[in-house]
Design a protein around this ligand. Structure first.
Ligand code: 13P
Length: 246
């Protein structure tokens, strides 16, 4: 049985005040059957770790370097994320892929860096609207998963979460229908069969793209949807808590 997992990606939105306010509100959340993780911008990670110590909220980074350490000005190593007490990291978010030219090689390297230091890697996949319009959505997602499926060891998958985020649904208010999301999640699970039946069965697959309290329940009730990766709505404590309770 897979646990429910709700993740909040704050993207490039935060201040010391907003981190304190949001995490004070979220810290009240208690439900042993679910995991809740927030992904603040890098400068606020240590503060977020400190503020969530007494709660069940986990903290993660929005990306990490593809390298271990050294002369990579501006980069944040996975080991540093782990060192300050965060235990999760997003890898290959579509905004990183499209705005910062992160390709599947970089996604694999970052995932490997994360796994090497004991972080859980949330690898994001998803097609654009143009790709869906020509019926390429499964081929695109299969390609994004291929290097992970072929190069990671089966044991690594204990620390991998897949997030399916159709690019056309991110920040647009347009959500994939529960049926569209379920179909892709089932397809992703079928791809993970190439690693093993156990990995296919156990790996959490989150849906992301305009998740709100109003649509979370229906999305999360699909058999292959294990929770959500929430962007905009995760910046509003009451809205995010309502999604966590879905
Ligand atoms: P929105 O929930 O704002 O559509 O963003 C989704 C997302 O990109 C989460 O990583």
């Amino acid at each position: 049985m897979r646990r429910r997992l709700i993740a909040g990606n704050w993207k490039m939105n935060a201040s010391v005040d907003s981190v304190r306010t949001l995490l004070r509100a979220l810290s009240e959340f208690q439900d042993d059957s679910k995991d809740v993780v927030v992904f603040p911008p890098a400068p606020y990670l240590a503060l977020a770790v400190e503020l969530t110590k007494q709660s069940q909220i986990g903290v993660g980074a929005q990306t990490c370097a593809a390298y271990e350490s050294g002369a990579y000005t501006g980069e944040v190593a996975a080991s540093m994320v782990h060192d300050i007490g965060a235990r999760h990291v997003l890898v290959g978010h579509s905004e990183r892929r499209s705005l910062f030219a992160e390709n599947d090689d970089a996604v694999l390297a970052k995932t490997q860096q994360a796994l090497a230091v004991g972080l859980t890697a949330y690898v994001c996949v998803g097609e654009t609207l143009a790709q869906r319009q020509v019926g390429d959505e499964q081929a695109v997602v299969a390609q994004q998963l291929r290097r992970l499926v072929t190069e990671l060891a089966p044991a690594d998958w204990q620390h991998i979460v897949i997030a399916y985020e159709p690019v056309w649904a991110i920040g647009t208010g347009e959500t994939a229908t529960p049926a569209q999301a379920q179909a892709m999640h089932a397809f992703i699970r079928s791809q993970l069969q190439q690693v093993s039946a156990e990995v296919a069965e156990r790996t959490p697959i989150l849906y992301g793209g305009s998740v709100k309290a109003a649509n979370a329940e229906e999305l999360f009730s699909q058999p292959d949807i294990d929770g959500g990766l929430v962007g905009g709505a995760s910046l509003d404590a009451q809205e995010f808590l309502a999604i966590c309770r879905s």
